[in-house]
Design a binder for this molecule. Structure first.
Ligand SMILES: [Zn+2]
Ligand SMILES: [Zn+2]
Length: 152
């Protein structure tokens, strides 16, 4: 997605594409993986933490981004895939790598029918968040390389 597409996308969601908002949205788009506030602070040094947080909170309210808790209890943010304005959040699974502490979005993996989970009476669900913990493919590969040198 280029900058122009990002502007159009924000406008469709009723969000005014200010400079700061565009920087954050483009960074999340370029990263390809979900990012925490700390990740974003590192990647966008020109913005301070509180402005970043303000943009993210605003994005959450307007369905531009989605958030979920990773394996450490840290909030990760990612761009919403759905184009239309929606009240419910996308239900999908995330993977947390315990080695590189990166979160991955597993949108293509269907675990259960998350839309139809039975709720106790009077409870209304707006989304389900699943986090699978383990080792990602990159870390698994580099770990194998390290081991082969460990004998020296
Ligand atoms: Zn990893
Ligand atoms: Zn995701």
């Amino acid at each position: 997605m280029n900058k122009k597409e990002m502007i159009l996308r924000m406008e469709r969601k009723g969000v005014k594409p200010t400079a700061n908002r565009l920087i954050v949205a483009c960074e999340l788009n370029n990263a390809k993986i979900p990012l925490s506030l700390a990740d974003l602070t590192e990647r966008i040094p020109q913005m301070d933490r509180s402005s970043l947080f303000r943009v993210l909170t605003f994005f959450l309210q307007h369905d531009v981004v989605d958030s979920f808790e990773d394996g450490r209890g840290i909030i990760n943010y990612e761009l919403c895939e759905t184009e239309a304005e929606s009240l419910h959040h996308e239900n999908h699974v995330h993977f947390y790598c315990e080695v590189c502490h990166r979160s991955y979005c597993l949108r293509d993996i269907q675990m259960i029918d998350m839309e139809n989970v039975a709720m106790p009476e009077g409870f209304v669900s707006h989304g389900i968040s699943f986090v699978i913990k383990g080792i990602c493919s990159t870390c698994k590969k580099s770990n194998g390389v390290k081991n082969s040198f460990s004998g020296h």
